[in-house]
Design a protein around this ligand. Structure first.
Ligand SMILES: Nc1nc2c(ncn2[C@@H]2O[C@H](COP(=O)(O)OP(=O)(O)OP(=O)(O)O)[C@@H](O)[C@H]2O)c(=O)[nH]1
Ligand SMILES: [Mg+2]
Length: 326
């Protein structure tokens, strides 16, 4: 354990490519009231679900820039969904809106009474994307799933997913079921953001080596502001497949409660007879969570190991931290 620093120092750090040096334009679209601004505010602006009831309709497009892990900047275009705005996006603003899009996130209100109209707008959106940004990745969120009875969610989601995949051809889309009232929101956004992180494989392989060196069952990296899981390494099987987004949700809530008391959340250790979980500030952009189940490894040793790995991962992040091109 004492030579962890040396081992980590020996791990590969490769320079990054030029393509990493840019903002990623993310379009958030869907009809008015479908929940676009709500989810953006929860993930990126520290709102809790309850606060979103006070949001007014978005007028035209609201731009926000979210700095995310080193040089990655998400350039979010939250496009108000009232009909007059939508018509404009497809006509006079077409080029401006649909040019250079890297990700389109289309939000459908699962309870919408105007499914045909929703689908019509979605298709118009795809046409514009196909013309202007054919390489864009497309995600459809079937949102407000909390309003559907639990035993019907699976079926409804799969029906909608099938329809959307068929309608999207020749483009392909990835669908998620979401609600601001549970962890599904984190699952969807983690998956989307994961695709945008430069050198994520390198991060993952370093995390794997770190987990092996310290003999952890599992190691997760969370982005510091949003608590989205951006990388993980699993060495022992775990039962709950939803554990990442549950943890993101719980810790984010806890962090917000701390900030209301003017305390800052730094670290946490949870222990029982079967395992110990450590959550700690890691690099300037991340928190780490380490799960250990070997009772012969004392907590202090794991904490030192985390501390020693910090510098290495900080360096890894810096390498991808090129100057921003605006
Ligand atoms: N039940 C439920 N309500 C939600 C959910 N997400 C958002 N809402 C509510 O839906 C309402 C409208 O949300 P907004 O985020 O303002 O909708 P929008 O898509 O930004 O609407 P425009 O800006 O007009 O395009 C708010 O009252 C939210 O509280 C959800 O997952 N479940
Ligand atoms: Mg809005």
């Amino acid at each position: 354990m004492s030579n962890l620093q040396d081992i980590m120092n020996g791990l590969p750090l490769r320079p990054t490519t030029f393509t990493n040096r840019r903002k990623r334009k993310v379009l958030l679209m869907g009809k008015s009231g479908s929940g676009k601004t709500s989810m953006r505010s929860i993930i990126f602006a520290n709102y809790i679900a309850r606060d979103t009831r006070r949001l007014g309709a978005t007028i035209d497009v609201e731009h926000s820039h979210v700095r995310f892990l080193g040089n990655l900047v998400l350039n979010l275009w939250d496009c108000g969904g009232q009909e007059a705005f939508m018509e404009n996006y497809f006509a006079s603003q077409r080029d401006n809106i649909f040019r250079n899009v890297e990700v389109l996130i289309y939000v459908f209100d699962v309870e919408s009474r105007e499914l045909d109209k929703d689908m019509h707008y979605y298709q118009s959106c795809l046409e514009a994307i196909l013309q202007n940004s054919p390489e864009a990745k497309i995600f459809c969120l079937i949102h407000k799933m909390d309003l559907v009875q639990e035993d019907e969610r699976e079926l409804i989601f799969h029906e909608r997913e099938e329809d959307l995949k068929r309608l999207s051809k020749p483009l392909s889309c990835t669908c998620f079921r979401t609600s601001i009232w549970d962890e599904t929101l984190y699952k969807a956004w983690s998956s989307i953001v994961y695709l945008l992180i430069p050198n994520v494989q390198q991060l993952e392989s370093n995390l794997q080596q770190f987990a092996e060196i310290i003999d952890a069952d599992e190691v997760l990296l969370f982005e510091r502001a949003t608590f989205l899981v951006i990388s993980h390494c699993q060495r022992k099987s775990q039962r709950d497949v939803h554990r990442f987004e549950k943890i993101s949700n719980i810790i984010k809530q806890f962090k917000l409660s701390c900030s209301k008391l003017a305390a800052s959340f730094q670290s946490m250790e949870v222990k029982n007879s079967a395992f110990a979980a450590f959550i700690d500030v890691f690099t300037s952009n991340t928190y780490v969570m380490v799960i250990m189940s070997d009772p012969s490894i004392p907590s202090a040793a794991t904490l030192i190991n985390i501390k020693n790995a910090r510098k290495h991962f900080e360096k890894l992040e810096k390498i991808t931290d090129n100057p921003m091109v605006t």
